[in-house]
Design a protein around this ligand. Structure first.
Ligand SMILES: Nc1ncnc2c1ncn2[C@@H]1O[C@H](COP(=O)(O)OS(=O)(=O)O)[C@@H](OP(=O)(O)O)[C@H]1O
Ligand SMILES: Nc1ncnc2c1ncn2[C@@H]1O[C@H](COP(=O)(O)OP(=O)(O)O)[C@@H](O)[C@H]1O
Length: 207
């Protein structure tokens, strides 16, 4: 019996069918592809492009997108630092469950604080947490501004906006960095290919 957080006298219950059985069934390894970057850097675009490529090659994926999760699971959270931390913690735990199910889980959230991302990494042993940083300058993201949020942040109508008046801490030793080349951002297909190659080379596309 052990006490975990606020739960007392609880015991882990094991199931006879485990992660490796599910992975054999699916012909892949469960993992978490964690996409981080500024608003407008292309996180959702990459998540969808990667999911599409993998799906049509016969692999099971699921996308956890920050914006979408804030419509349900995380609707009670704001953008202050403690709430962002709780947002990332919950999504990390959910992503871990998907990976345990044998699924290639693609999480796309700003996740601006290194400590929160590292806590998610710690939940997933055996290199199953793959951090992908879309390293796009603020200037480009702000010029894109598809939702008009940077404009609102610049005029003070949104407070604590990442990159404007709230920090973004880039990964130090992430697995994949997506960068501009010759002043151009790689296409969504090219970004997805970079991640796909990593998954292939590291054995995630076989049981
Ligand atoms: N203050 C502030 N800062 C940053 N972003 C803001 C803010 N307010 C609203 N939004 C919109 O919320 C989306 C980010 O949600 P996330 O859950 O990914 O954020 S976080 O990881 O908790 O920082 C983010 O979506 P993306 O543009 O897709 O990144 C914004 O559209
Ligand atoms: N690789 C890319 N090349 C050109 N435009 C892109 C690329 N990725 C995303 N975009 C565009 O940039 C904007 C922001 O992309 P989005 O995926 O919503 O970013 P985020 O999820 O990081 O906020 C969208 O209008 C999208 O069409």
């Amino acid at each position: 019996m052990s006490n975990i957080g606020k739960s007392t006298n609880i015991l882990w219950h094991n199931c006879p069918i485990g992660q490796s059985d599910r992975q054999k069934l699916l012909g892949q390894k469960g993992c978490v592809v964690w996409i981080t970057g500024l608003s407008g850097s292309g996180k959702s675009t990459l998540a969808c492009a990667l999911s599409r490529e993998l799906h049509y090659s016969g692999y099971l994926t699921y996308v956890l997108d920050g914006d979408n999760l804030r419509h349900g699971l995380n609707r009670d959270l704001s953008f202050k630092a403690e709430d962002r931390a709780e947002n990332i913690r919950r999504v990390g735990e959910v992503a871990k469950l998907f990976a345990d199910a044998g699924i290639i889980c693609i999480a796309s959230l700003i996740s601006p604080y290194r400590r929160d991302r590292d806590a998610c990494r710690a939940l997933l042993p055996d290199s199953k947490f793959i951090e992908v940083f879309i390293d796009l300058p603020l200037k480009i993201c702000e010029a894109r501004d598809p939702k008009g949020l940077y404009k609102l942040a610049r005029t003070g109508k949104i407070k604590g906006f990442t990159g404007i008046d709230d920090p973004y801490e880039p990964p130090v030793n992430g697995e994949i960095v997506i960068k501009m080349k010759d002043g151009e951002c790689p296409s969504p297909k090219a970004m997805a290919k970079q991640v796909l190659c990593y998954l292939e080379e590291n054995g995630f596309l076989q049981a």
